[in-house]
Write a protein that binds this ligand. Structure first.
Ligand code: BTN
Length: 246
């Protein structure tokens, strides 16, 4: 991953640039990295704060045409595992994965993942996987409304973090796990994810655009969905949503 690297000073969103490159035939593993995003995208239509030079804001092109559509959620978990492992390795910080795709340190969000899949005639064509890591932001860099819930690697570590080192480590880790996933399937990724998550075994509230579900986060299943036990004893399968711990 990253052998074809598109470096940009300023873009609206690396997701948009990556979609354009995909349409122009960019290969699997191509990456767009920007110093600054003026319209960084978060999940659920939110914005992603991406100030200049302070983070890693990038998108990777995947072409998993061998993957059944129903298994796409697994790619999110795979990405989160790669991210978590790379961050731990480079910073020594105790980072954990919050289902489906946030990276937390000290209970605050330090990185997010946005996967956009393109599907044609019921088959997966390509996926643009965006990662935003708040690396060297200081408290002052955050808008007041997110200061309390967000952190950066530098804030958590108390020192500047080398962005290049982290970027290289993350791409290597991701490529390795992707190859493992392709040859061995989801089982080894699931084990790694379970070891790194902070979401299981807790009472949660999961908010989706249409509905809110409350219950106990029991496990993830073979598809990568979160299994939530409700008060009435039944189990709900969740594929996405915003989780809050109770
Ligand atoms: C989230 O947690 O809501 C996901 C945030 C994803 C942000 C990254 S930054 C690089 C890529 N380009 C974007 O516009 N968004 C993703």
């Amino acid at each position: 991953f990253g052998r074809q690297l598109h470096l940009r000073d300023e873009v609206d969103s690396t997701q948009i640039v990556a979609q354009q490159l995909t349409a122009a035939g960019a290969p699997e593993g191509a990456v767009v990295l920007a110093e600054l995003q003026t319209a960084g995208r978060g999940r659920m239509g939110r914005r992603w704060h991406s100030p200049k030079g302070k983070g890693l804001w990038f998108s990777l092109i995947l072409r998993p045409d061998w993957l059944p559509l129903s298994q796409t959620p697994q790619l999110t978990l795979l990405t989160a595992v790669s991210l978590c492992r790379a961050v731990r390795q480079v910073t020594g910080l105790d980072a954990g994965i919050k289902w489906p795709n946030d990276l937390l340190i000290d209970g605050r969000k330090v990185a997010g993942i946005l996967l956009e899949a393109n599907v044609e005639n019921g088959t997966l064509q390509h996926v643009v996987a965006g990662i935003g890591i708040s690396v060297n932001l200081t408290e002052d860099d955050y808008p007041p409304d997110i200061r309390a819930i967000a952190t950066s690697l530098a804030i958590a570590a108390g020192r500047r973090i080398d962005r290049s080192l982290l970027f290289v480590e993350l791409l290597a880790e991701w490529e390795r796990l992707y190859a493992l996933y392709r040859s061995e399937g989801f089982a080894p990724i699931k084990l790694l994810w379970e070891a790194l998550t902070v979401s299981l075994g807790r009472e949660i509230v999961c908010r989706m655009p249409q509905e809110t579900v409350e219950g106990f986060a029991e496990a993830i299943d073979e598809q990568g969905a979160l299994l939530v036990r409700l008060n009435d004893g039944s189990v709900r399968k969740m594929f996405s949503g915003d989780v809050e711990f109770r």
